[in-house]
Ligand binder design. Structure first.
Ligand SMILES: Nc1ncnc2c1ncn2[C@@H]1O[C@H](COP(=O)(O)OP(=O)(O)O)[C@@H](O)[C@H]1O
Ligand SMILES: [Mg+2]
Length: 263
């Protein structure tokens, strides 16, 4: 069991948040060689909602998040975030829109040679131009929120996987994103460390208006936090609905098969 406790998180956004549709993918196709990974994909996420992507390995879930992070470009289609195009778009616009999005990866991806505190302050200072003092104040608040105030001078390698992942969550939130993308963030953790990370995410889901797009195999967590669950197969959404519908009364055989394998 983790002995760290985290403080309840109260987010006070400085700017009014968007309402209505925040993310929209239209006819998005992504190929690797002659393998079509996403095939004419359409979907949207409303501001403030928590949407979970489920589906078998290789179905294209990570690819969607990587497209939104602009780590990949689609071959066709349009991606819009908060009314502005992310793809296709000029480089300057991509950089602006990209600031609205934060991501937490399965493998943490912390900067190994920086302290915990610096991991969190680096991007706000270099990308947003925040003063070092303001960035550190914010980082300390976030570290309290994820239960790691005692560790701010440590290097990532001195922390457990669960603690590293909570630093990664704090680092993403330090940029005040409108959208948080979460890609199987507990899959690389020892089982006893999973609950602490999920508790932090539940808290963020409950107490902030951040839009969450989440890939997870933690079905109880998905059931708790999701407004909508999208079932993916072979680069398409084959079924979408409330967690009650998808988990209790799935319509598709493929969804039933998948859930019986993971539940
Ligand atoms: N950079 C890449 N080059 C070639 N194929 C890739 C690359 N990234 C992903 N793929 C392939 O795309 C498919 C979808 O991958 P991914 O989006 O990671 O699926 P998921 O996250 O649902 O498991 C898989 O068949 C994977 O092998
Ligand atoms: Mg994946």
């Amino acid at each position: 069991m983790s002995t760290d406790t985290h403080a309840p998180f109260e987010e006070k956004p400085e700017t009014p948040r968007a309402t209505g549709e925040l993310i929209r993918l239209e006819r998005v196709t992504k190929r690797f060689g002659d393998h079509t990974v996403l095939d004419n994909l359409d979907f949207s996420v409303d501001a403030g909602k928590h949407v979970t992507l489920i589906g078998p390995s290789g179905s294209g879930k990570t690819t969607i998040l990587r497209l939104l992070m602009t780590l990949l470009k689609p071959d066709e289609g349009v991606i819009t975030v908060d009314g502005q195009q992310l793809f296709p778009a000029p480089e300057k616009q991509v950089r602006e829109v990209r600031k609205k999005i934060g991501m937490v990866f399965q493998q943490f991806n912390l900067f190994p040679n920086m302290s915990v505190l610096r991991n969190i302050t680096e991007a706000p200072v270099t990308v947003l131009g925040m003063s070092k003092d303001a960035a550190e104040e914010r980082a300390r608040e976030l570290l309290e929120m994820v239960g790691l105030t005692d560790h701010l001078d440590k290097r990532p390698a001195q922390l457990s996987g669960g603690q590293q992942q909570r630093v990664a969550i704090a680092r993403a939130l330090a940029m005040r994103p409108q959208v948080l993308l979460l890609d199987e963030v507990t899959s690389a953790l020892d089982p006893e460390l999973v609950a602490g990370v999920l508790d932090v995410l539940r808290d963020i889901a409950r107490s902030t208006d951040i839009t969450m797009l989440c890939v997870t195999h933690e079905m109880n967590f998905a059931r708790d936090i999701s407004d909508q669950v999208l079932m993916f197969d072979s680069g398409r959404v084959i079924e979408a609905g409330s967690p009650e519908k998808i988990f209790n009364e799935p319509e598709h055989d493929r969804t039933r098969q998948f859930l019986s394998a993971v539940l």
